[in-house]
Design a protein. Structure first.
Lengths: 329, 311, 335
């Protein structure tokens, strides 16, 4: 039994211009303790997908069209608000992109941490309410566990008094407060300085390993994902186009988009080589291309690609691809 | 998307150009349609628009549609004085027998003109000064803004009261006093907007490519100040109408024979409570017109200037 | 923080100077001859000239300004022509009545405006939101003098529930003044029946005065709440399973209250000037009524006195809000 299973999940946003088909039939599964990266360009729907796991997308304008998201065989999409709340932070926790805007500027770190710790106490039937003092002690322990020195001082400070890396550590500590089984990290290093990025990434990897967490790491950066995730799913325009063990994908991608993505990364080992971009731009999700959403930009596209949507199918052990003309096949 | 009617080409053929997907309209046409859509979707904005149109129509057609045109020219009919509302006089008659509805409709023009005059004059004085202050900076800005602050150190109503008390009562002086009270608000708005726009990358870019100062002001800064100005003006016409009526009520604005709403209520007050209907119609018209302009401004703000909402 | 306070206080000083300037300018734009006004309607030409010399009105303007400022510094606002009483002592007599009215109205505005703003933000674009929007705009659009008359008509004349006008009935002996505010004084002296009576007289004018204040508090609070509820940190709190009421009442409201506080400060000053209309309708013996009666009698000194006093109140309220901001916003605390 998988820890998390997403089946044919479709999400649309209704706006003035019409309906944006942001997620178009996502199929993914994740076992306990497994690490999965989701990579794709800005606007491909990866953040929306991450938020979907906690039902954090504002509905409306968002609207679930079809599908299911099962966590331990419980369909998250049909839970009532109270039951959903009791899962947030406790079963699935989330770390966000920009730690500056995801911490409340006018509340102290201590207050926000204790809120995260006591958050679900009220939502659990028969759950015990922790005292503020108990929560504060726990908060200090959590801060120490994410490598922050002087936790007491940090608890007494406000977000603007901390550096970006420290804030992200605070957010990670908050995410760990409910002892979740799955950690969803949405571009956790994007807003940080390069040197801090590596530290935060290492911290996440350590925590995942030592606590046996499952991890979904969202990033536009293949390097980040290859450092932290055993498996990777490539997203393009609201669909998953390829899913594979990370090293296997980097070595030999099947999907032309995945190849393009890898080719667009500058190779530091070969100074003379120039990164190649992917011609064209991300399609409008309002009127997405018919058939395969990548076909207008695809060097391998055929007439069939404009008509028939390729399904994600197994092509090799542990590898799936959604392409009519996969590379090397 | 329906598949094209032509036969599906065999797999492996070179790619056909994809059937052209309909694209969402872009540019200013879309912006206009979006604005109209947002406006029409909001009940309160439509109500505001309807009320404003109603008031403007009355002001334009006033003398031709009133039931008793003679009353406009000072006809006195003491036999009919202070009659309650009836089919002949919907809102009753006043102390000299004039039809109240007639006078209230005629008052629309007085109030609307006063409100527009105050708002337009205040904008004409304040907005250029504000853009100048915001764009030039330095000592000029200091001077303009300190003078502005001086006028903003007292709430408007009291300041206008003091000015009218100095100039002497009358609707002309009331309008002058309210212009004096109103222009600093536009300086503030235009200045802060200009300061913000000055920092925008596209203005920076225009400067870098050597656009002249006048060109930057007219091409970039002014158009971007326009929407908050329009929003503020729409709100202010309503508030100015209310202010004129307030001064009229106190006895410092329009004087009683003039069909001005505030002055009418001031007279009607002396006939309360026995002839209560006298005060109802003029007040209701003030309310309706101020409400209309405010709702409209509110709706426009949501569309044109969604990020500012200080009232 | 000290720099912040110093800046605010300096700005206050600058505004105060501006206020003094503007009252001086207004006094000098009057087309009427101030000497003739001061000498009274029956004065002869030589008497007027004598008054002119006495008051220094024949001096150059800068000197007159210096005298004016010096007078203000001594608390001398001149004399009323019609009552020939000292304006300063008259203001001291009338001000507590206005202050009482404004404070009660402000409490009403906050107590109703903030929760209504929260509720309509939570139901953004729903029917509650539309209803409160029309209610709020009505609060600004209703002419207070007319609305006051209507309330008198319904609640005082028709129903007979509340008194029409004034602060106390003629038969009631007001409590020995401590603050000059009847509600406070009667409470402090333990005169419960007087308190109840004074309260019944306060209801209608306070409601009328508070309406625009309530409306703008509601609007600002709603807009700020909408913004805060959309903010990333609210999503973060939701992701941690924080209870919805706590997200609204603590995480979002804390952020929304800062701008709301600013509007409350502004509105305090505007309500002070609103007393001009409300006190006229309800015969409330405060500075507003004093200003109107003096203005109609072309009695200039009291009008300027009230203008100064209201301006001063307005500026003090803004200073207090600025300083409170410094205390409440952690980002400003160290700035």
């Amino acid at each position: 039994m998988s820890l998390l299973e997403i089946a044919d999940y479709r999400l649309a946003f209704d706006t003035f211009d019409g309906t944006h088909h942001v997620l178009d039939g996502i199929d993914l599964a994740l076992d306990a303790g497994e690490t999965l990266g989701i990579v794709g360009e800005t606007g491909c729907g990866k953040s929306v997908l991450a938020k979907s796991l906690l039902r954090l997308n504002e509905c409306p304008p968002a609207r679930v069209v079809s599908g299911a998201i099962r966590f331990k065989d419980q369909d998250l999409l049909t839970l009532d608000a109270r039951a959903m709340r009791s899962l947030r932070g406790r079963a699935i926790a989330m770390v966000f992109q920009d730690p500056a805007s995801f911490l409340n500027p006018v509340l102290g770190i201590g207050a926000q941490m204790t809120d995260a710790i006591c958050g679900q106490d009220g939502a659990q039937p028969g759950g015990r309410r922790r005292s503020r003092r108990e929560a504060a002690r726990m908060a200090a322990e959590l801060l120490a566990s994410v490598g922050l020195p002087e936790p007491e001082r940090i608890l007494a400070s406000y977000p603007h008094q901390l550096s970006g890396g420290m804030r992200q550590r605070v957010l990670i500590a908050m995410a760990l407060a409910g002892k979740p089984a799955l950690l969803v990290a949405d571009e956790p290093t994007t807003a940080l300085d390069v040197t801090v990025q590596a530290q935060v990434l290492a911290l996440i990897s350590d925590l995942v390993r030592s606590r046996g967490l499952a991890l979904i790491l969202i990033s536009h950066d293949l390097g980040v994902i290859s450092a932290a995730c055993a498996r990777v799913a490539v997203m393009y325009a609201g669909t998953i186009v390829e899913e594979a063990p990370t090293q296997a994908l980097l070595a030999a991608p099947y999907h032309p988009y995945a190849r393009g993505l890898i080719g667009a990364v500058p190779d530091l080992d070969r100074p003379g080589s120039r990164p190649r971009g992917i011609p064209g731009s991300i399609p409008s999700l309002l009127f997405p291309p018919s058939g395969c959403r990548f076909h207008p930009r695809c060097p391998r596209a055929s007439g069939r690609c404009g008509v028939e949507k390729p399904l994600l199918r197994g092509i090799a052990p542990g590898r799936r691809v959604a392409c009519h003309h996969p590379e090397g096949a | 998307m329906a598949p094209p009617a032509t036969a599906v080409p065999a797999d492996g053929l070179p790619a056909q150009p994809a059937p052209r997907a309909p694209q969402p309209a872009t540019g200013s046409a879309r912006a206009w349609r979006l604005a109209l859509w947002l406006l029409s979707r909001s009940f309160s904005s439509m109500l505001g628009l309807a009320l404003v149109l109603f008031i403007v129509t009355l002001a334009l057609l006033g003398p031709w549609i009133v039931p008793y045109p003679a009353d406009a020219e000072g006809a006195i009919n003491l036999l009919n004085k202070l009659e309650p509302p009836s089919a002949a006089h919907w809102f009753g008659t006043d102390e000299v027998g004039r039809d109240i509805l007639t006078r209230v409709i005629l008052g629309t023009r007085v109030s609307l003109l006063a409100g527009l005059a105050i708002t337009l004059a205040a904008t004409a004085i304040g907005a250029p000064l504000g853009v100048l202050a915001g764009y030039s900076g330095g000592r000029l800005r200091e001077t303009i803004m300190r003078i502005t602050d001086m006028f903003l150190s007292v709430p408007g109503l009291v300041l206008s009261l003091a000015i009218v008390a100095a100039l002497g009562p009358g609707i002309g002086n009331a309008v002058i006093a309210l212009i004096i009270v109103w222009w600093p608000g536009y300086v503030r708005l235009a200045e802060s907007k200009t300061l913000a726009i000055k920092e925008e990358p596209y203005v920076e870019a225009a400067r870098v490519v050597g656009a002249s100062r006048a060109r930057i002001l007219f091409r970039h800064v002014l158009p971007n100040c326009l929407s908050p100005l329009i929003v503020k003006m729409s709100m202010d016409v309503g508030q100015a109408i209310l202010a004129v009526a307030s001064l009229g009520f106190i006895g410092l604005g329009a004087r009683p024979p003039e069909p001005e709403w505030g002055a009418m209520i001031s007279v009607a007050r002396t006939y309360m409570p026995d002839w209560w209907w006298y005060a109802v119609a003029p007040g209701a018209f003030i309310y309706v017109s101020v409400l209309g302009f405010n709702l409209l401004g509110d709706g426009l703000r949501d569309i044109l200037d969604p990020r500012s909402h200080r009232g | 923080m000290l720099v912040y306070i110093a800046k605010r206080v300096a700005l206050f000083g600058l505004m105060l100077f501006g206020l003094v300037c503007i009252t001086f300018i207004i006094s000098n734009i009057a087309p009427a001859d101030p000497a003739a006004l001061a000498a009274g309607p029956d004065a002869s030409r030589s008497q007027i000239e004598q008054v002119r010399r006495e008051y220094g009105l024949d001096r150059p303007l800068p000197e007159q300004f210096a005298r004016y400022v010096a007078g203000l510094a001594r608390g001398d606002l001149g004399r009323s022509v019609s009552t020939s009483r000292d304006v300063t002592s008259e203001l001291l007599r009338y001000f507590p009545a206005s202050l009482e009215l404004v404070l009660v109205a402000m409490l009403l505005g906050i107590a109703i405006g903030v929760p209504l703003g929260m509720i309509s933000a939570l139901h953004k674009d729903g029917w509650i939101d539309h209803a409160t929007r029309i209610f709020a705009v009505s609060g600004i659009a209703l002419p207070p003098f007319w609305f006051g008359l209507l309330l008198q008509l319904v609640f005082a004349v028709q129903m007979g529930w509340l008194p029409t006008s004034g602060r106390l009935s003629l038969m009631t002996i007001p409590p020995e003044p401590i603050t000059g505010m009847l509600l406070a004084d009667s409470l402090l002296r333990g005169q419960w029946s007087t308190f109840a009576e004074a309260a019944s007289f306060t209801v209608l004018p306070a409601v009328v005065l508070s309406l625009p204040c309530l409306a703008s508090i509601l609007r600002v609070n709603r807009a700020e709440m909408v913004e805060a509820l959309r903010a990333d940190y609210v999503m973060c709190a939701r992701a941690h399973g924080v209870a919805p009421w706590r997200i609204v009442a603590v995480h979002a409201l804390r952020n929304a209250m800062l701008p709301t506080l600013a509007i409350i400060g502004l509105r305090y000053g505007w309500m002070m000037s609103g007393t001009v209309l409300v006190e006229t309708v309800f015969d409330w013996p405060g500075i507003g009524l004093y200003a109107v009666n003096s203005a109609i009698a072309s009695d200039f000194k009291p009008v300027m006195g009230v203008t100064l006093l209201i301006g001063l109140n307005f500026m003090i309220a803004n200073l207090v809000v600025d300083l409170l901001y410094g205390v409440l916003d952690p980002r400003l605390r160290e700035a």
